[in-house]
Design a protein around this ligand. Structure first.
Ligand code: M6R
Length: 600
């Protein structure tokens, strides 16, 4: 995920920008750059690769105002031309987020005579600000941002003037003495100040050496409170959360949005995967897809099976990668390899095996340039930003989103789903980030539940259809970080064996959100209740009836049946986290596990 740094003061800006960018390295990036006003003009230095390399090639730059950026490629390859800052005339811009309507804006700007050199959405912003500039940088930025659909944190430099703004992408202002800073997050500039102003959506900041003025998007001044940060550096990297896992769970409203931003058009009922280049005829020829993955990614793959079969009418086999590589039958004509790290040895071996049969290949991954990306025909990035906790959380929900979009895309191309239905599904999808935020705001209920059951030795998670993969994921998460034995089951399968294990000592988490199989799940809840199991139901917020049958209800906003598993996922993640915390486990680095498993 990209990072932004900015400085306006009395010291040389370049070393401070480089230092701040280095502190943002943990977010992951593939190129970096800075722009500094050296009292004559803006000088831009940028390249692909590491910040240390960029730093080596820098001359002595005298200016004391500048902006910097680490880029995690979304629009366009990770190379020098696409690296930020981008310029238009004497204006330089760095940007995080995605400008969803950049194509339309680009056409408009090209028509007005602007020439584009990069493939990025950000360059549109630079030209747009230039286009609106009439001796007032702040007003030009406001006008430009009003034309933009999408998310942004942006820093703009013209001469000694610096303007920053944000919408759905983080940005903070650090206050110094005779110098001020901007950054994507607090740790980037914590070395220089402990006084911060946290920018809210649709706000702009004019950053001068001696003051910072805040405005809303309509140019109305805004009063901001100063937050004094007393974290040490380690706590700062976790943005004040006790663990990376909790931080990453809380990042999901943003990461989920990032996974679909720029890939949907609600107006046209379209899913946009420009790089895929598949025709309707080619998609019609796909009669079977094989998904290969491990662990959490495998659970995402199973969710993908329900999606592709339901929305695109394409049969899907979900293969455990470490088993598939020894299979003797050919995979489907299309193979989707899912791996957040892009380095999992089992998945790579299975992928190579699949390729030997001549199947087409798509990777769904989070890490740009990972080995897997170099071995497939097409890559779809989940764009979750770096995930530090070993237990996958935000990368899993982003995988679910990407698979949802792919299923809709294929369903549209092969004529299995109407444009109107896609419009409705996009509309439901767009509500998910806000619904996840509501669950996170109600996390106390989940914490209480965890407190009640943290001493259990065994857990069951049950769900049907779209919720079955989430039951598996809930059990996997709990096992990984709390070391409690947990089983995920298709709710209807319990009576075929595992019911023998159910007793008053085995809490059952039942995903019982409304949908096709709701009544059947309620029957399964009654089965385990009859064996004295304590039942925790994850249910819709308006489902009063369920309270009669269970011991605790954790409520989620009512959502489309196909999308509500995303909401239940956040609940099972929080539950695992709080149980592990009650048991004093090493949450971010569970025993015996690694973030990237590069051995078979
Ligand atoms: O990087 P990958 O998605 O390929 O990793 C696969 C599994 O190793 C991974 O999902 C593992 O199960 C995680 N620790 C889950 O939290």
């Amino acid at each position: 995920m990209c990072g932004i740094a900015g400085y306006n003061g009395k010291q040389k800006a370049a070393p401070i920008l480089i230092d701040s960018l280095k502190r943002l390295e943990y977010r992951g990036y593939d190129s970096a750059g800075i722009a500094v006003f050296d009292n004559t003009s803006i000088k831009v230095y940028k390249d692909k690769g590491k910040i240390a390399e960029l730093e080596k090639g820098l001359p002595d730059i005298t200016g004391s105002v500048g902006i910097g950026h680490t880029r995690w490629a979304t629009h366009g390859r990770p190379d020098k031309v696409n690296a930020h800052p981008h310029t238009s005339g004497d204006i330089a811009v760095v940007h995080n987020g995605i400008i969803e309507n950049y194509q339309t804006l680009k056409e408009r700007l090209v028509h007005s005579g602007y020439t584009f050199v990069s493939e990025t959405d950000t360059e549109v912003l630079a030209h747009l600000i230039n286009h609106y500039y009439r001796n007032n940088l702040k007003e030009a930025v406001m006008s430009a941002l009003k034309d933009v659909t999408g998310s942004y944190a942006v820093a703009v430099l013209r001469g000694t003037e610096m303007v920053a703004a944000r919408k759905d992408s983080p940005l903070v202002v650090g206050l110094g003495s005779g110098e001020n800073f901007i950054a994507s997050d607090i740790p980037a500039v914590l070395k220089y100040t402990r006084n911060f102003i946290l920018m809210d959506n649709m706000e702009l900041a004019c950053v001068y050496p001696d003051e910072v003025l805040f405005f809303d998007i309509n140019n109305k001044p805004v009063e901001k409170a100063v937050t004094i940060i007393d974290w040490d550096m380690e706590a700062a990297e976790k943005s004040g959360y006790d663990h990376f896992m909790l931080k990453e769970i809380h990042e999901q409203p943003v990461s989920i949005h990032g996974a679909f931003a720029g890939r949907i058009s609600e107006l046209e009922g379209n899913i946009i995967f420009e790089d895929m280049g598949l025709s309707g005829e080619q998609v019609k020829e796909i009669s079977r897809i094989s998904v290969i993955a491990c662990g959490t990614s495998l659970n995402a793959g199973l969710f993908g099976k329900y999606l592709f079969e339901h929305l695109a009418g394409i049969h899907v086999d979900v293969e455990i990668a470490s088993e598939f590589r020894y299979a003797h039958s050919p995979p489907g004509s299309l193979v989707i390899a899912i791996s957040q790290s892009g380095e999992t040895a089992d998945t790579l071996a299975a992928l190579r095996q699949a390729k030997s049969y001549g199947s087409g290949t798509i990777a769904v991954t989070n890490v740009i340039g990972g080995t897997i990306t170099r071995e497939v025909d097409c890559v779809v990035y989940t764009r979750s930003g770096p995930e530090i906790g070993v237990a996958a959380t935000k990368t899993f929900t982003s995988q679910l989103i990407v698979l949802y979009l792919l299923a809709l895309y294929f369903g549209k191309l092969n004529g299995k789903i109407s444009t109107d239905k896609i419009k409705r599904m996009i509309s439901s999808l767009k509500k998910i980030p806000a619904q996840v935020t509501r669950i996170l705001e109600n996390r106390e209920v989940v914490r209480e539940c965890a407190e009640n059951f943290a001493s259990s030795n065994d857990f069951f998670f049950i769900g049907r259809t779209f919720n079955y993969p989430i039951a598996l994921e809930g059990a996997l998460k709990l096992k990984e970080i709390s070391y409690i034995h947990a089983e995920g089951y298709a709710a209807g399968e319990l009576k075929h064996g595992p019911l023998a294990l159910i007793s008053g000592k085995t809490p059952v988490v039942a995903i019982a959100t409304r949908g096709l199989t709701y009544d059947k799940v309620v029957s399964n809840i009654k089965e385990v209740k009859a064996r004295d199991a304590p039942v925790i139901a994850i249910a819709d917020e308006n489902d009063i009836e369920i309270e009669k049958y269970v011991d605790m209800v954790i409520r989620v906003p009512a959502a489309d049946e196909i999308l509500s598993p995303l909401l239940s996922t956040v609940v099972v993640q929080l539950l695992s986290y709080y149980v592990a915390r009650e048991r004093n486990c090493s949450i971010d680095q569970p025993r015996n596990l690694a973030k990237s498993v590069t051995v078979e």
